[in-house]
Ligand binder design. Structure first.
Ligand code: CUA
Length: 334
């Protein structure tokens, strides 16, 4: 009996120490959404359960190894133990209740996470190798930055143009796959103004690790200013060059092609138009209209030295006029 009391006390002490240690390790990023509250609540109870179960196994094991080890001069067999029905009932029924309790808590947390606000702002998200694009249909805005007003629910309607991606902002906690051929939803109510990042959480190709875009939670006033600025930019985009620039944002081109000469997945566009392109096979060509049209529709036609054309999908859906606009835009990048 004395052993049970000592082990019982040690289990409680060990469980508390384990919990305090895990809790103060700061394993979670800052909590920045309303949905994160119930998720962190559930997570916290799981850490409590894990700490207790860890102590329940670890303490009796180590205690037995030390206290019940074979003493000097002892040569007899250990005590023979028959089954214990009460113990077996206890270790079947108690975990059953624990699992049911966590099932209930999980369902509650899922319900909280999916709670619908009828006034949620709708934003369209497009995932593609290897960047994100955000469209605000209400305002006619397309951006590579996701701006969200604080304390206002948004619903992201997400589509992929190629493979499976996964939309994940760790500070918001919720994660949702973006699957080609269907629209998936992501509801979030940001609660903390700040700069975050959406990371792709699904291995989607060579440059998967680069698939991250800024997520900015603004005060309502800053959000309104940003909307007005973006609307002005959209209005200025009525020229062919402006239309072309907008298309390169909408289609995710600028995820792989820089406009400032820096090297990304594909060649930079700075000074590309009219330049001589050197190919991996030693040949070359001048980047005129015909060359650019072919490079957009059949990227595999030429392998520019130092780059792999297989990372770029063929953009066959772009019309002749759209490509003409993109070429007009490329001509401005000198
Ligand atoms: Cu998209 Cu990984």
């Amino acid at each position: 009996m004395q052993h049970f009391v000592i082990v019982g006390i040690l289990v409680v002490v060990m469980a508390v120490l384990t919990y305090v240690g895990l809790d103060s390790a700061g394993l979670m990023p800052v909590q920045a959404s309303a949905q994160a509250v119930s998720i962190d609540w559930l997570w916290n109870w799981q850490v409590v359960a894990m700490s207790f179960l860890f102590a329940l196994i670890f303490v009796p094991l180590v205690y037995s190894l030390i206290v019940f080890r074979r003493k000097k001069g002892e040569t007899g067999d250990g005590e023979h133990i028959e089954g214990n029905t009460n113990l077996e009932i206890a270790w079947t029924v108690l975990p059953l209740f624990l699992v049911l309790a966590f099932a209930y808590m999980g369902a509650y947390s899922l319900g909280e996470t999916n709670r619908v606000d009828p006034d949620a702002i709708e934003i369209k998200v497009k995932g593609q190798q290897f960047s994100w694009t955000f469209e605000y249909p209400e305002y006619g805005i397309v951006s590579t930055e996701l701006h969200l007003p604080v304390d206002q629910q948004v619903v992201l309607k997400m589509e992929s143009t190629d493979v499976i991606h996964s939309f994940w902002v760790p500070e918001f906690r919720v994660k949702q796959d973006v699957v080609p051929g269907r629209v998936t939803q992501y509801r979030i109510t940001p609660t903390l103004v700040g700069d975050y990042k959406v990371r792709c959480a699904e291995l989607c190709g060579m440059s998967h690790y680069k698939m991250e875009n800024p997520v900015i939670v603004d005060t309502q006033a800053d959000y309104d200013v940003w909307i007005v600025e973006q609307q002005a930019i959209a209005a200025a985009a009525q020229t062919p060059e402006g239309q072309g620039q907008l298309l390169t944002v909408k289609n995710g081109c600028i995820g792989c092609h820089s406009i400032d000469g820096s090297k990304l997945v594909g060649p930079s566009w700075l000074g590309t138009y009219g330049s001589t392109r050197e190919f991996a096979d030693g040949t070359s060509a001048v980047a005129d209209d015909a060359y650019i049209i072919q490079s957009i529709r059949e990227p595999l036609a030429h392998e520019v030295a130092g780059f792999s054309p297989s990372t770029m999908p063929p953009y066959t859906a772009l019309t002749d006029e759209e490509i003409a606009n993109i070429i007009a835009y490329l001509k401005t990048l000198k």
